[in-house]
Design a protein around this ligand. Structure first.
Ligand code: ADP
Ligand code: G6P
Length: 460
């Protein structure tokens, strides 16, 4: 079968004029999209009372963008509700934060059904469809029920929890069945892949085949592990160019850059830093922690709480250890341009990436890409970030243990140059090969292979 257009579908759309393409995913997929005249379908930035019933097309020089509109109340129940108050907490192991409302589940189904109705007429028979992330899990099921025969791949950017955590989602069998309607489901880590196999087994009597596919009710689903990455060279260039016109930080700096999300372990990170300052007084007035954490999804209560907690903690540390000349924690509550971030990473002695649970964590990779080869900083990385599977040369920590974080900070600050260089070389060598282009090519190659095998077309 020939390869037609690549059609990407995600909740967030790229800019319609290409003006804000710095985000990782757009950069990652740009080449693959422009090769065969691709199409990216995503949600419109603003919701409207009387949404259009068809996609709104915009031609860019490299690929087309088509936006879907949704009624604001339904969008809120789909996005803030089911996606971010049920699936996000459940998939990140925070079943205590799940907020079950029946209107959330119905809005989630409704948005996916409506999107499928708009997407189906825009498809050509040889299009390859690639759906992204937890907001759109039912899309293949909805497209197939409309008679769409194209191969459909799915990539889950966030972690997939173990079976028992997954079972806390009220309609967990339905969610499992939606995954089972794709032809290829890709995950960040082997951990997620193993969880999917277990969930398929229990929810759908799925059977693992010798070829690595799962047999479900007479059809096969291919599954695979495709760790996402960044544009390593591009990010490195940003850092090196910016560093030429910027001065290094006055004191050795620790840096954290995260959306203000409870999965990122920010209070635990601050506790770790507080423990470090308490246990190692010789470092007081000698280092700073710069935490950049822009707000996200702040209409959801759990996100408002984390903001208040962080402000309280950074105030406490500054009050406890700060002096007239020295502020131990600098906390910036907004997003910064990527070129500024790259330089901040470049001039930071330690990168603190300590999520409690994370699909991958691209900040870990950006920090490594931005370092000076001759005098690199040290990455402190949570064992629960997907990135830990690929980055064993980082200092791996348990983010729940403030003493572990504190000791890793001290080890990083005291590490001799030779060891820093050795660790960084190994991390960078892996990253350089496994960049974001490698990620998208590997997924699309596998999707094409599934296609060429012509798996079980009749049963679909
Ligand atoms: P997530 O996708 O859960 O937010 P990742 O670490 O995988 O976490 O990706 C976050 C992306 O957002 C990275 O590219 C990072 O540089 C960017 N980012 C995070 N915080 C900021 C910020 N304050 N300003 C600009 N970009 C940010
Ligand atoms: C994570 C998710 C993405 C999401 C992003 C920003 O990376 O995997 O799907 O787009 O966070 O979150 P937001 O809710 O602002 O889209």
């Amino acid at each position: 079968m020939s390869v037609g257009r690549l059609v990407i579908i995600s909740n967030r759309a790229p800019s319609v004029d290409g003006s804000a393409d710095s985000g990782g995913l757009v950069v990652a997929l740009k080449d693959a999209l422009s090769k065969n005249g691709g199409l990216w379908i995503g949600g419109a930035a603003d919701q409207v009372e009387e949404p259009a019933q068809t996609l709104r097309f915009h031609e860019r020089p490299d690929f087309d963008v088509a936006l879907f509109e949704t009624d604001p109340q339904i969008y809120s129940d789909y996005y803030l509700g089911y996606s971010n108050s049920v699936l996000w907490p459940a998939f990140h192991g925070r079943v205590d934060l799940i907020d079950v409302q029946s209107r959330y589940a119905s809005a989630y189904r409704e948005v996916n059904k409506r999107l499928a109705r708009m997407v189906a007429p825009a498809l050509r028979p040889d299009d390859q469809i690639w759906v992204h992330d937890y907001q759109l899990i039912p899309l293949a099921s909805e497209l197939k029920s409309l008679g769409v025969k194209n191969r459909i791949g799915f990539f889950l950017h966030i972690p997939l929890p173990d079976l028992h955590t997954f079972m806390a989602i009220p309609d967990w069998q339905d969610v499992a069945a939606w995954f089972g309607q794709y032809d290829l489901v890709g995950f960040q880590t082997r951990r997620d892949l193993a969880n999917m196999i277990n969930i398929f087994r229990h929810a759908l009597r799925g059977e693992l085949r010798a070829n690595g596919h799962i047999g479900i009710n007479g059809r096969e689903v291919a599954i695979g592990c495709f760790p996402i990455s960044i544009d390593v060279e591009g990010f490195r260039q940003l850092a090196m160019n910016g560093a030429q016109s910027t001065d290094p930080a006055p004191l050795p700096r620790l840096i954290g850059v995260d959306r203000l999300d409870y999965s990122k372990g920010l209070p635990q990170r601050l506790s770790g830093y507080e423990t470090f300052l308490a246990n190692h007084p010789e470092y007081r007035s000698k280092v700073t922690l710069l935490q950049i954490a822009p707000p996200t999804r702040d209409k959801v209560q759990a996100y408002r709480s984390i903001r208040a907690e962080l402000e309280h903690l950074s105030g406490r540390i500054n009050g406890r250890f700060g002096t007239v000349e020295w502020t131990p924690v600098q906390y910036i509550h907004r997003a910064l341009p990527r070129d500024e971030l790259a330089v901040l990473f470049h001039y930071s002695r330690v990168g603190l990436v300590t999520p409690l649970f994370d699909g991958m964590n691209l900040v870990a990779k950006e920090y490594v890409a931005a370092q000076d080869f001759a005098d690199p900083g040290v990455l402190v990385l949570s064992q629960f970030a997907g990135a830990a599977e690929e980055m064993p040369e980082a200092l791996i920590v348990n983010p729940h243990d403030p003493h572990d974080i504190a000791e890793a900070i001290r080890t990083a600050l005291d590490m001799p140059a030779a060891e820093r260089i050795e660790r960084h070389q190994a991390l960078y060598a892996h990253l350089k090969v496994h960049d974001v282009a490698h990620w998208s090519a590997a997924f699309l190659k596998r999707l094409k292979k599934v296609d060429d095998l012509g798996l079980d077309r009749v049963a679909r």
